[in-house]
Design a protein around this ligand. Structure first.
Ligand code: AMP
Length: 341
């Protein structure tokens, strides 16, 4: 019997709850320090305890998952804790396209995929010397906004970069990527693409609540000026939003362009869940500053379905459950290789 497995972090609860609801055996690869937390949830059938998630690519963990006929669901913790080679060398079938995860981690590849998808992308600033507008300095990989900062000049950038070096968060300029800051209302658009039906489903949208930048808005400007703080963009949680209905057509068009481009650039394409992340300006135009090529934690909001999944399914459908449904259908039709890599 096929089982569904993931790492104990990020959106593991939603993924395994969805898998259980679809009738799968559920397995969590769990760091020993989090065992107590995850044992609380009865829908998790089995815990494989590890000291580090890197053990996923080791023989012992692999053969245990193989014996369980497991499909692994990748999420943000895979990207933040393993490098692309480690992810690609996992011997167990991974849901979606593991090759596209490299395109998420590598800034240059990421930019190429977004630009070729004809998304409106903020300008990359090639060197701190060329900062002449508000820019955001971002770390590589899925850092979750930790250690990101804003700068308006090279001098300002150098000062903040040096502070992060002293704090041991970065080593130097090579750890940072500079992008023009995009103003507007942030929105993280959650999609699911099924290679079985060739259909794109818009699943929901969320906003992130990020520390310190969002907390700073609660302090009046004079006090903000007084404190010596480099506000970071560390994600603390997510809140729901719904979009003006008139924006939906472009939401689908952007998602479709992304899926089409991914098919050409990185076979077998953008299969399964993904997210386009950006801001809407005052004309309702979306600027995409990032994408995630796998399930995002913002989908944790909608364990019982979202205002958008309700239009597609007559039952509560979380992203985790949607993934499990896809595996169930593929298995029945003998098409598991179409939806895993
Ligand atoms: P990311 O890791 O790219 O998702 O970025 C973390 C957070 O930084 C986002 O949720 C945004 O709040 C912010 N951010 C990243 N890039 C930009 C940008 N180009 N313009 C404005 N905000 C950004």
């Amino acid at each position: 019997m096929t089982s569904i497995a993931t790492l104990g972090s990020h959106c593991a609860l939603q993924v395994l709850k969805g898998a259980k609801d679809e009738g799968f055996k559920t397995i969590l690869v769990c760091e020993k320090k989090r065992e107590k937390l995850y044992r609380r949830f009865k829908f998790i059938d089995k815990l494989i305890l590890v000291d580090s998630f890197l053990e996923l690519s080791e023989q012992k963990c692999s053969s245990e998952l193989k014996d369980e006929d497991a499909v692994i669901i990748p999420h943000g913790t895979f990207i933040s804790q393993m490098d692309s080679l480690q992810i690609e060398s996992i011997k167990i079938p991974i849901f979606g396209n593991k090759w596209i995860l490299r395109w998420e981690s590598d800034r240059k590849m990421k930019e190429k995929l977004m630009i070729e998808s004809k998304l409106n992308v903020p300008k990359t600033i090639p060197s701190p010397k060329e900062i002449n507008t508000l820019v955001i300095a971002k770390r590589h990989g899925a850092a979750g906004g930790k250690g990101y900062f804003l700068a308006t000049s090279e001098k300002d950038y150098n000062k903040k970069r040096d502070k992060l070096i002293v704090q041991g968060i970065i080593k130097g300029d090579n750890d940072l990527y500079l992008q023009e800051y995009a103003f507007g209302v942030s929105a993280y658009l959650q999609y699911f693409y099924s290679p079985l039906t060739s259909e794109l489903e818009f699943f929901g949208v969320d906003r992130r609540y990020e520390s310190d930048i969002d907390g700073l808005g609660r302090i009046p400007a004079p006090q903000q000026m007084d404190i010596d703080l480099i506000p970071s963009f560390n994600v603390i949680g997510n809140s729901p939003i719904v979009l003006r209905e008139s924006l939906l057509d472009e939401v689908y068009s952007m998602g479709e362009r992304f899926v089409d481009t991914a098919k050409n650039l990185v076979a077998p394409g953008m299969n399964g869940p993904f997210c386009l992340e950006g801001v809407y300006d005052d004309n309702g135009k979306f600027t995409t500053f990032e994408f995630s090529a796998r399930i995002v934690a913002g989908t944790n909001l909608y364990v019982d379905g979202s205002p958008y999944s309700a239009f597609l399914y007559n039952e509560p459908m979380s992203m985790g459950r949607r993934i499990a449904r896809e595996i169930k259908i593929a298995k029945k039709e003998n098409h598991l290789t179409k939806i895993t890599t």
